[in-house]
Each structure stands twice: as structure tokens, then as C-alpha cells.
Write a protein that binds this ligand. Structure first.
Ligand code: 4AD
Ligand code: MG
Length: 465
């Protein structure tokens, strides 16, 4: 078969690189077929872009196979590229050869009509063939590339941190265990499970963050970033939490909180701009069908400055708002999604960077401020999605770090001696953050549920496919 000679639809309709009258071979999946006596029309999509190409078949009786070509079928369509008479499309294919490569019968679940997101989640193996999920997956790919482009062009090194880890970076305890222990006959010692007999000779987990190892590399290479999967066994069934998600974690040596905020803002704007420029049709689609006006919203945000707001100030705004929040507001609370949304959607109507959070509600590694009550933490909050970035300047002072670890209930500080060593030897101020890739995709596309910006979501009670 001459599959290699095919022309992708994007080459024709996006890049506009195929001259009229050229012979083309289109390989794709049929979205609709309309057959009349004189002429038949085939709408075909090959996944390379949003757009379908239309095949026009004159004298359809020449191709009896047409009877078997239904929505969802895989076909090969040969013909000549011609200027289209129809509106809304520049070119079409005057078909002179047609093969049915893979049949689809009338049970194909994606017949032309609108389907609910819930229905599509159940058929996540087929949903990439819809407009919405084609767009989401192309956007995801383009932005994954943009992330590398952004950091590589700025001298950051891409490092790979372990996926299996013995430490709990965030100290939140929502870890997935990694073990080869026979759960029906676990090795016991003194009445307790003997982890020494397990594969790693110690308890091990799927990582919740590559940060701790990232810090080790940053204090050697200068500027680094990670981009990989992370895992959290948070039993929260929300539209923004997944058990498996991808995180981008830059870490800079010789940097303080303000440098961190500057990087976060610049990086996010780069991603927004990249999506607007490189995924034009996808962004138009989202803006029309998914989240009306999302394109214009992003255009505006790229031009404006993010609000920067100390936590104490944020609490004052919420207290004075007169709003009836489900979770009452007072200094010291961990902000809930309703609070974050109030700040971004009602008060500022744009992304907000909240910083200097209470020490009590943040992880052990964040740098203590002189007030002894707050740490150099920052969260980037955006309308609708809430927190998309969490980061901080790290505690680089050995004694203060050890104190905070103990205060946070880390019993075995010795187990972190490798982490403490970079404070023992040549310690430098350093800072970094984590961007949740799916949260960023939700914000950019306007998709309302994290289950719909990753091909195969992992959430409580759902690990299918
Ligand atoms: O705020 P988090 O927990 O920060 C860290 O993990 C730091 N170690 C990062 C660093 O400083 N290097 O998580 C960072 C981001 C959140 O802001 C959110 O966007 C995303 O990761 N995130 C999740 N995304 C989807 N599902 C979940 N369950 C998530 N938990 C966090
Ligand atoms: Mg956070």
C-alpha cells in the first residue's frame, strides 16, 4: 500500500502547501456521508488538524463501495485538489479513487450529534475522534513542546527525577505505595509489617513532586526544570483533582521569591501566547463551543500584569467582602476554592499571585520570613480553575530548616540528610514552583473538568483503559 504518499489535511488546509490541481491521497475517518443521485459528499478528518476535508464524488454509481462507507469508517480517498465552490472551505477533493480500509457499522457510538462529557468519558478509547478531544490532544502536545522550548531557550536544563521515591515532599501523606509484598501473606516482624523484607528494603511510594531532587540538581547546574508525571492519593472527587497528573517544576539557584514570581508570570504568558498563535483553530473552537470568549480572555491576560497580593491582604479583602462563604475566613486558614475564585473572578478579574502564607499551612521546605509567622510561599490563582501554580523560595539555612522539619512532625530528620547536605555545603538562596499541566490546560481551553484534558484520567474509583 502506498500509505507513505498520503497528504495530511493540515498540509492542505493549515499550511496551504498544496497547489490546486495536485493529485492527493487522503487517509482518514469519515465524519459524514451524504449520497445523492448525481453526487456524493464525504467529510473526512485525519486528526492532523481541526478541519475536515470534503471529498466530492461525481457519478457515485462508479463506486459501489460507497454503500458500505458509514460514519466512523477509515477510508482512502484519491483525487485532485480543487478550489471549493462551497462556503467555509477553501479546497475540496474531486474524488477518482475510493477504498474502504476499515469498516464501521451503525453501532459506532460517535454518530453526528452532541454527546455529553460523561458519555464520552465512558468511551475514552474513542473520544479522541471527536472535535473536542482532537482539539484537546493537539493542544496538549503543542504545549508540552512549548514548555521545553521556553526553558531550553533560557538555559534551564531538563532533569529526570525519580518516579519511585521514599520521601513525601509535600508532607501531606496522600501517597500511593509501591511494593512487591504479598498482601495476603505480608512479612511480619515484632507484630508489624517488615518493610526491610520489601523490594527496596524500605517503604516506597509514587512521587508527589520532583522538587526535593530538583533542588539537588539546581544547586549544581544552576537552573533546571522537570516535566513528568506525579501521583496523589487525594480522595477528593473534584473537577480539578486527578490521582495522576503532570507537573512542570523549574528550580533556580541564586533566586528569591520575586524572581520566582517573575518566572511564573512570564512562563504562563508564554504558554498562553503559544496556544493562541500555534493552535488557532483549536482556540477558536474552544472559544465558540466550550468556554465562550476564552480566546479574548487570554489575549487580554497576556497584555496585563498579574496581581501580586500578600496572603494577609487577601484575607482582609475576603473578610471585608460581605460574602457568605461556606468556609469562614480568618487569618491562618488554607484558602478554599470559593475564596480563590472570589479573588480572581470578582475582585481582580485576572490571575493573582498570593504570597507570604502562614507557616502553619505550608510545607517544611519553605523559607521562614523574619516575622516568624509566614513563609516565602506563592500560589498563582486563575479565574475558574483556582490554584494552578504552587511554589516558594526554599529555606537555605540549615538550623532553621531542621527546626521546621521537626515542628512539622518529621520524626526521622536523618532520612533527609541528603536534602540537608546541600544546606551544609555551599548553600545558596534558591526558589522554584510547580505548574499543574492539566490545570493549565483547563484554563487555556476552558474545559471544565480535569478528566477531559488528559486522554485517560485517573481519579478515585476510575483507572479504566
Ligand atoms: O502546590 P503543589 O502541591 O506544590 C508542589 O508540589 C511543589 N513541590 C511544587 C514546587 O515548588 N516545585 O502542586 C503544584 C501544582 C498545583 O498548583 C496544581 O496546579 C497541581 O500541581 N496539582 C494538581 N493537579 C491535578 N490534580 C491534583 N491532585 C493536583 N495537586 C496539585
Ligand atoms: Mg499547592
Amino acid at each position: 500500500m502506498d500509505y507513505a504518499t498520503r497528504t495530511k489535511i493540515a498540509t492542505i488546509l493549515i499550511d496551504d502547501r498544496v497547489p490546486v490541481d495536485s493529485p492527493v491521497t487522503i487517509l482518514g475517518w469519515v465524519r459524514t456521508v451524504r449520497t445523492g443521485k448525481e453526487v456524493a459528499f464525504l467529510e473526512v478528518n485525519d486528526g492532523s488538524c481541526m478541519k475536515n476535508v470534503q471529498g466530492v464524488v461525481n457519478q457515485p454509481e462508479r463506486f459501489p463501495i460507497l454503500d458500505k462507507i458509514l460514519t466512523g469508517a477509515a477510508i482512502r480517498m484519491k483525487g485532485k485538489l480543487v478550489a471549493s465552490a462551497g462556503k467555509g472551505q477553501k479546497y475540496e477533493v474531486a474524488v477518482d479513487g475510493l477504498d474502504l480500509v476499515g469498516e464501521a457499522d451503525a453501532t459506532f457510538p460517535l454518530q453526528k450529534k452532541r454527546h455529553s462529557m460523561e458519555f464520552l468519558r465512558d468511551i475514552a478509547h474513542l473520544r479522541p475522534r471527536t472535535n473536542t478531544f482532537g482539539a484537546v490532544n493537539r493542544l496538549r502536545s503543542k504545549l508540552a513542546f512549548a514548555i521545553h522550548k521556553y526553558y531550553q531557550e533560557r538555559g534551564f536544563f531538563y532533569i529526570h527525577t525519580p518516579i519511585i521515591s521514599a520521601s513525601d515532599c509535600e508532607g501531606a501523606g496522600n501517597l500511593f505505595r509501591v511494593t512487591t509484598v504479598d498482601l495476603h501473606h505480608p512479612p511480619m516482624k515484632d507484630g508489624r509489617l517488615d518493610w526491610d523484607a520489601d523490594f527496596f528494603g524500605t517503604e516506597a511510594y509514587l512521587t508527589v513532586s520532583g522538587q526535593l531532587e530538583g533542588e539537588l540538581l539546581a544547586t549544581a547546574l544552576g537552573d533546571i526544570y522537570t516535566f513528568g508525571p506525579t501521583f496523589r492519593a487525594e480522595n477528593s472527587n473534584t473537577a480539578r483533582h486527578a490521582a495522576e497528573f503532570w507537573m512542570i517544576e523549574p528550580e533556580m539557584a541564586w533566586a528569591e521569591l520575586e524572581d520566582n514570581m517573575n518566572l511564573a508570570e512570564d512562563f504562563l504568558k508564554f504558554l498562553f501566547r503559544y496556544a493562541l498563535d500555534q493552535c488557532k483553530d483549536e482556540m477558536d473552537f474552544f472559544s465558540q463551543w466550550v468556554d465562550p470568549g476564552v480566546r479574548e480572555t487570554l489575549e487580554g491576560i497576556v497584555q496585563s500584569k498579574f496581581e501580586r497580593l500578600p496572603y494577609s491582604e487577601a484575607i482582609r479583602i475576603l473578610e471585608r467582602s460581605g460574602e457568605k462563604f461556606e468556609y469562614p475566613v480568618s487569618w491562618g486558614i488554607d484558602m478554599q476554592s470559593e475564596h480563590e475564585r472570589y479573588l480572581t473572578e470578582r475582585t481582580f478579574k485576572k490571575p493573582v499571585i498570593v504570597y507570604d502564607y502562614p507557616e502553619e499551612i505550608k510545607a517544611f521546605y519553605m523559607r521562614l520570613n523574619d516575622d516568624g509567622k509566614t513563609v516565602r510561599a506563592m500560589d498563582v490563582l486563575v479565574p475558574k480553575v483556582g490554584e494552578i501554580i504552587g511554589g516558594s523560595q526554599r529555606e537555605e539555612r540549615f538550623d532553621i530548616l531542621v527546626d521546621r522539619m521537626k515542628k512539622k512532625g518529621i520524626e526521622n530528620v536523618e532520612a533527609y540528610s541528603w536534602y540537608l547536605d546541600i544546606r551544609r555545603y555551599g548553600s545558596v538562596p534558591h526558589a522554584g514552583f510547580g505548574l499543574g499541566f492539566e490545570r493549565a490546560l483547563m484554563y487555556i481551553s476552558g474545559m471544565g473538568n480535569i478528566r477531559d484534558v488528559v486522554p485517560f484520567p485517573r481519579v478515585p474509583r476510575w483507572a479504566k483503559f
